[in-house]
Design a protein around this ligand. Structure first.
Ligand SMILES: Nc1ncnc2c1ncn2[C@@H]1O[C@H](COP(=O)(O)OP(=O)(O)OP(=O)(O)O)[C@@H](O)[C@H]1O
Ligand SMILES: [Mg+2]
Length: 226
């Protein structure tokens, strides 16, 4: 299997969404919410976007506190965090003033009960006027909706979708070292439900099976015996 990033429809939606919040308009918000079930490629798409566009990405952690998050942001912005928390906040403001960068926060569901952290992120957004992307699971928008002052700052909510038949076919073509027959692609679609994580598992299985006969396209019989 090739280690290739595939530009799916959801990936393109994410890129468009981030472009929309990268603006210089006064008084217009710059927050984006991205949601979707596990395994649809949200994290991978964000890592890819960040690497290509100089955005910073923070993987939130269950135990993360506000000061801890601020320190991580400073480190990602390429500086060593100051000791005092008020200085760290100023540091972020200064660094973002010199070179504004989009901040992507993955798995924000972890902050759903942490009002203080969410309010701090809103402060960073308002003071630095920098684009901030929240990535969460499919119910993240419901969870964040009750923070009305935060929620109204989301310019858009982007939902990652399962791959459709065409998407599965393209994904297999790009990453798989073996060819799949049309029926086998249908079966991958049904079995994976269009989830990238499941599709990858099925491609792995097909490649292992085809090792003895690599030139023969993978059919339904090869991967699903019985
Ligand atoms: N566009 C893509 N091209 C190639 N591989 C991808 C792509 N998107 C996701 N993958 C692969 O699929 C797997 C699942 O993706 P990822 O972890 O990004 O999903 P997720 O939506 O963030 O899931 P979760 O909600 O559980 O965090 C990973 O192994 C990742 O490398
Ligand atoms: Mg993820």
């Amino acid at each position: 299997m090739k280690n290739i990033f595939v530009n799916t429809k959801s990936v393109m939606k994410l890129h468009d969404g981030i472009s929309n919040i990268n603006h210089k308009l006064k008084g217009v918000e710059r927050m984006l919410l991205v949601t979707g079930e596990p395994g649809l490629g949200k994290t991978e798409a964000a890592i890819h976007y960040a690497a290509q566009n100089g955005a910073i990405m923070i993987r939130t952690l269950q135990l993360m506190t506000g000061p801890w998050l601020l320190r991580e942001i400073v480190k990602e912005l390429g500086a060593a965090p100051e000791r005092r928390i008020s200085d760290i906040f100023d540091q972020i403001v200064d660094l973002q003033k010199t070179k504004p960068r989009t901040i992507i926060l993955d798995e924000v569901d972890r902050f759903a009960e942490k009002t203080e952290i969410l309010e701090t992120i809103r402060d960073i957004h308002d003071v630095c006027r920098c684009p901030i992307v929240f990535i969460g699971e499919e119910m993240a928008d419901k969870k964040l909706m009750r923070y009305r002052r935060l929620y109204r700052r989301f310019v858009d909510v982007i939902r990652f979708e399962k791959l459709d038949r065409e998407g599965v076919e393209q994904f297999i073509k790009k990453v798989s070292d073996v060819k799949f027959e049309s029926e086998a692609i249908d079966r991958v679609l049904n079995e994976s439900g269009g989830k990238i994580s499941e599709i990858i598992t099925l491609i792995h299985r097909a490649e292992a099976i085809s090792r003895t006969n690599p030139d023969k396209p993978i059919g339904v019989k090869e991967i699903w015996k019985g």
